[in-house]
Design a protein around this ligand. Sequence first.
Ligand SMILES: [Zn+2]
Length: 256
Amino acid sequence: MQTEREFAAEGITTREGCRWVDSNIKVVLTNVTYTGNLLLQKEYIADPISKQRRKNHGELPQYYVENTHPAIIDKATFDYVQSEIARRRKLGCFANKALNLSCFTSKLKCANCGRSYVRSARKRGQYVLWTCGSKKGRGKISCGAKDVPEEQLKRICCEVLGTDAFGSDLFSEKIEKIIVIGKDTMEFHFRDGSALKKKWKTTAKKDMWTPERKALWSAYNYDGGRNGTGVGFNEYVKRKEAQSNGEESNNDPGND
Ligand SMILES: [Zn+2]
């Protein structure tokens, strides 16, 4: 994808003046002919009457002829590219650096639709959420699965693994997958075959709060919360702000 865009940006086109696409770039990268050598009988005629051509996957012998023509790419570079393609194929989705990868990638599953959760950063990466892949791609209508804030996910993993600090190596070693069920349950599946259901409650809003708002939340609970103050937290905040602005709050308690 990136190479495709770079070629387009630099105005590099095919011989016919067309835009290079990924599949064509791959043909060039894997064609040994550019190294000045030839591999003969890559294809063969399967049926002499229809003249249908087939790829030779070992049905017939192949002949490798060296130095048949000037090389565009040296053989060492070509071999390196082939080993890199093989390495990335083995890595699967982890080979793509452009993706937001972490130890949670492809480990967090949506119980609702079965898709993996994907990472999404908000506010320039300060706040990271994990969202069901269907929900992120096609919106809430496709899947209403609950988002999981990354910080909270780490805290829950620490509780489950019995550690003070989160370590991605330990996580990868112990946990096979986590299934996010409904609004308040995560089902941890361990590599040893055991499983554990964990209740959780999102702290998404509170994680985004400013220190002032967090302090007010503590004060609100100290005052007894809704029962003690007679109002909801938002109303409580408004009153505190009005008070600190030197204004008198005219609102009736309990009228929240
Ligand atoms: Zn889902």
